[in-house]
Design a protein around this ligand. Sequence first.
Ligand SMILES: NC(=O)c1ccc[n+]([C@@H]2O[C@H](COP(=O)([O-])OP(=O)(O)OC[C@H]3O[C@@H](n4cnc5c(N)ncnc54)[C@H](OP(=O)(O)O)[C@@H]3O)[C@@H](O)[C@H]2O)c1
Length: 243
Amino acid sequence: MNVAIVTGATSGIGKEITLQLLEAGWKVGVTGRNEKALSELKSKAPAQVYAASIDIEKPAAREELLGLIRQMDGFDMFVHCAGIGFYEENLDFKLEEHTAMTNAVGFVRMVGTAYQFAEAHPETFRQIVVISSIAGTKGLGMAPSYSATKRFQNMYVEALEQRARIRGVEVGFTDARPGFVDTPLLKGSRFPMLMNPQAVARSILNAARKRRRTVTIDWRYRMLVALWRLIPSALWVRMKIRK
Ligand SMILES: NC(=O)c1ccc[n+]([C@@H]2O[C@H](COP(=O)([O-])OP(=O)(O)OC[C@H]3O[C@@H](n4cnc5c(N)ncnc54)[C@H](OP(=O)(O)O)[C@@H]3O)[C@@H](O)[C@H]2O)c1
């Protein structure tokens, strides 16, 4: 049986990825803070699911993740979905700092720990998958901390990939960058071109299976990102993009 660990498995994209992996017969380690949601996943497939309540903002999360990895005897695929984001009409600093803590510090804690395990146990090939966002490709005025932390995630993965090549570690990376997905993360606001989380999870798992390095989801967002990459910064910062 293939073994995966999914962080942020209690909701949205991570939950869909978990359900699709279970359907395909994988053993899945699921993490998040919502214990009720973790128990529900466990009860769906008790023999396949290993649940661990982990808050990635807390330093203890690193040891807790290592505990889960050991309990599962390693992993073939690690999928980091845990993350938060806010549409910042008022630039609330509590939210800005919270976003940096979860999406940057918590991200390093989880993805760095998974990578370190792969480096220390090079006997098998492992795929590390992160869900960043198209929001990391340009600075977005209505979500500054979210946008900046998503770029941080892109760079962290690039750095780990170079490190893996330097040290000859058999590990692959997939950086999945979806546009707007209909999950609780976007609650309370209306967004255009919303995608359903099932389809997005399928695209992410396909990309991981093919060991694709970077994938923007879906084709409409690939076109959008290609277009806005052509816009010079001096012009970009003058554009009134709200959503
Ligand atoms: N929705 C979109 O439009 C969209 C677009 C591009 C990228 N993404 C990215 O996709 C990822 C998943 O987002 P989603 O849309 O699926 O949102 P979601 O439904 O709100 O799920 C977020 C997940 O992250 C977990 N999480 C948040 N803070 C955590 C913490 N401190 N410790 C542990 N787990 C934590 C949550 O679990 P608990 O609450 O149980 O802790 C939950 O399982 C995020 O990184 C997001 O930035 C989303």
